[in-house]
Design a protein around this ligand. Sequence first.
Ligand SMILES: Cc1cc2nc3c(=O)[nH]c(=O)nc-3n(C[C@H](O)[C@H](O)[C@H](O)COP(=O)(O)OP(=O)(O)OC[C@H]3O[C@@H](n4cnc5c(N)ncnc54)[C@H](O)[C@@H]3O)c2cc1C
Ligand code: SF4
Ligand code: SF4
Ligand code: SF4
Length: 361
Amino acid sequence: MAAAAHHRDITIHTYSEVEDLQPTENGYTATVRRKARSVDEVACIGCRQCEYACPVEVPDEFQGGFTSRKAAYVPFTNAIPQVALIDKESCTLCGACANVCPKDCIVYDQQDQLIPIEVEHVVLATGWELTSASSKAQYGGDRIANVISPLQMERLLAPHGPYGRVLRPADGKDPASVAWVQCAGSRDKTLGVPWCSRVCCMYAIKQAMLLSGALPFADLTIYYMDIRAFGKGYEEFYRSAKAMGIEFVKAKVGRLEEAADRSVNVHIERIDERGQAETRTHDMVVLSLGMAPVPDTRELLPLDLGEDGFVDVPHPKDAPCRTSLPHVTAAGTVTGPMDIVDTIAEASAAAMEICREGDRG
Ligand SMILES: Cc1cc2nc3c(=O)[nH]c(=O)nc-3n(C[C@H](O)[C@H](O)[C@H](O)COP(=O)(O)OP(=O)(O)OC[C@H]3O[C@@H](n4cnc5c(N)ncnc54)[C@H](O)[C@@H]3O)c2cc1C
Ligand code: SF4
Ligand code: SF4
Ligand code: SF4
């Protein structure tokens, strides 16, 4: 992102959304909504005085809701640009931020701007959304405080995470035992997600490996039906995890329930010769949720979608990024679940597809 921000041929529109794409003779007119920050972006020096002065606190979505942020805030440590914005929904217009701003750059009545951009080609890379934590009621993803989403675990493990270390969200206890429930949002027709989400086996193993570094004495368990370690070096990564003592239990997880001390009881049925039922207890459980298509892709473009709702690519073998529309290529998880390595490869393929279209005239 930093490299792109400084590239002379790339213009990045941050805090903006492509709202509309209309076909023209030579391509498309994109309408970009540049959302109002209520801050003069050019004058702001990112000093955060407004943030420190603001009295309003709301849950910080970037930190998985584990901590709070102010109504005036710089969204996160690595945000580009390092410029403040005001969350109008939470702001009480108390004026404290404007009083302390050394550059006088708070603009409460700033409005959204609609910016038209003429383009010859569109690369659709609008991504994915996480399957819902509440769709399997028996897992209690929306009820049990110590059952968390995988994105929340990413934040707990991050260097600039909410607590600076991994703690149990319900009571701040150091977890002595953490488990992952695989296929928690995928491979289930009843949820409307029959596909394998491809990334959750590897992100769960990655998270367990990172956690074993942070909490070397913790018991780490992954409940799985199959481990799909499909990429180069992934099988070796899986074996290293086993060698490091992470326990892999081949089992179906029937239900999760909160214990009296706020730990999580995990009811499993082992998938082995005896297939016995068992209940195990962990301090925290991560639901390995899957990848679903974003619902509003067709509001942007009248593209053909596959049965699964991801953007269809009619020639997946020889033109994996070509869509049903001329001048529109697609890259990354907008066409189906994939990891970052494959997403980057697709982005290059989409760019090459555009060059080929250019050559054809
Ligand atoms: C818990 C978890 C951990 C993971 N860990 C790893 C890992 O360690 N390694 C790995 O390789 N993969 C990992 N993945 C997978 C990785 O997240 C995806 O491969 C990657 O995010 C796909 O990138 P993308 O660009 O297709 O989509 P996204 O990352 O979703 O990016 C799409 C972007 O488009 C923007 N957008 C959407 N609509 C519009 C619009 N109309 N206008 C403007 N912008 C728009 C969105 O805001 C978003 O920023 C993990 C996934 C999960 C769930
Ligand atoms: S106080 Fe002013 S200059 Fe400093 S971050 Fe806030 S808006 Fe920007
Ligand atoms: S005016 Fe709004 S953003 Fe500024 S300090 Fe008050 S509540 Fe916070
Ligand atoms: S990647 Fe692993 S956890 Fe995710 S759906 Fe596929 S098999 Fe299940």
